[in-house]
Design a protein around this ligand. Structure first.
Ligand SMILES: [Zn+2]
Length: 274
């Protein structure tokens, strides 16, 4: 179970046109609702936090950590890896790790790229993630088709595996439909599809002993955040069925067992094939 912790505008502000808007911080609102749901469900999770958010609102991150959840990094800024040089990416990653360590005092072990932007063209980033001493990455979305994102890397397996000598990859869950892997059980797809599609995707993996990596965003649990004038299809991706996510999420954590990424790594993972 994973969450990306970022402001409601971090992922979409460049698509919102030239109009100015108030960048009111609302991370606390979504995070509090997530922590409450996880507490009630007895679920521990991994939170991939932007370094910039941790510096602006350290108490939110301390509260997540104090509830026993893992803090990992989502980078410092919310820039796609494809828009960065290797040197820029390394600086951004190290800056985020420093920011998070400074807030929690704990080791940072995992990374998720903004927009799942580790693709077949940005695999060089994995060397930098490994060099930074992280134990795992969870950026690869092994979908055959892309609906709302430039991210995604087809051809990868669905279960966690060693993508580098010392780096495990937790690919996001997909659903295989007649050989085509579609995104499922995560963020916009969890809201747009009927709930049953997400259930099928998770069940198919769990039934063969593989954990399904699911992901949500802090702003998705803050359904009344300000609306940006986004073009199609990003308006659908960002806003569709936001009001339904909390009920669906509560159902999800009732019907399936979840844990954080480091919890999975701590098990002697038979599915992580070197
Ligand atoms: Zn993000």
């Amino acid at each position: 179970m994973t969450f990306d912790v970022e402001e409601w505008f971090d992922a979409q502000q460049r698509r919102a046109g030239s109009g100015k808007f108030c960048r009111e911080s609302r991370v606390r609102i979504g995070v509090d609702k997530i922590l409450s749901a996880l507490h009630k469900g007895g679920v521990k999770a991994t939170f991939f936090v932007l370094g910039s958010v941790a510096e602006k609102d350290p108490q939110v991150i301390k509260d997540i950590s104090a509830d026993g959840h893992e803090i990992a990094t989502h980078g410092y800024t919310h820039r796609s890896i494809s828009e960065q040089t290797p040197v820029e990416f390394e600086n951004d990653l190290l800056r985020s790790i420093d920011a998070l360590k400074g807030v929690t005092g704990k080791q940072v072990s995992g990374f998720r790229a903004p927009g799942y932007s580790i693709t077949t063209r940005t695999l060089w980033a994995l060397d930098i993630i490994e060099k930074a001493g992280l134990k795992y990455d969870s950026s690869i979305y092994p979908v055959s088709i892309r609906l709302f994102t430039k991210g995604g890397a087809s051809g990868y397996q669905q279960h966690p595996f060693y993508i580098k000598k010392n780096l495990v990859e937790f690919p996001l869950v997909t659903l295989d439909v007649f050989g085509i892997k579609i995104p499922a059980a995560t963020t916009a797809y969890f809201r747009i599809y009927p709930y049953s599609i997400s259930g099928i995707a998770i069940n198919r993996l769990n039934n063969i002993g593989i954990p399904a990596t699911v992901n949500f965003h802090s702003w998705e649990f803050d359904e009344f955040h300000p609306r940006l004038p986004l073009p199609f299809p990003y308006n659908i991706k960002h806003y569709y069925n936001l009001e339904k996510i909390r009920d669906r999420f509560n159902r999800l954590i009732t019907e399936f067992k979840f844990g954080g990424c480091m919890d999975q790594l701590a098990l002697a993972i038979p599915w992580a094939i070197k």
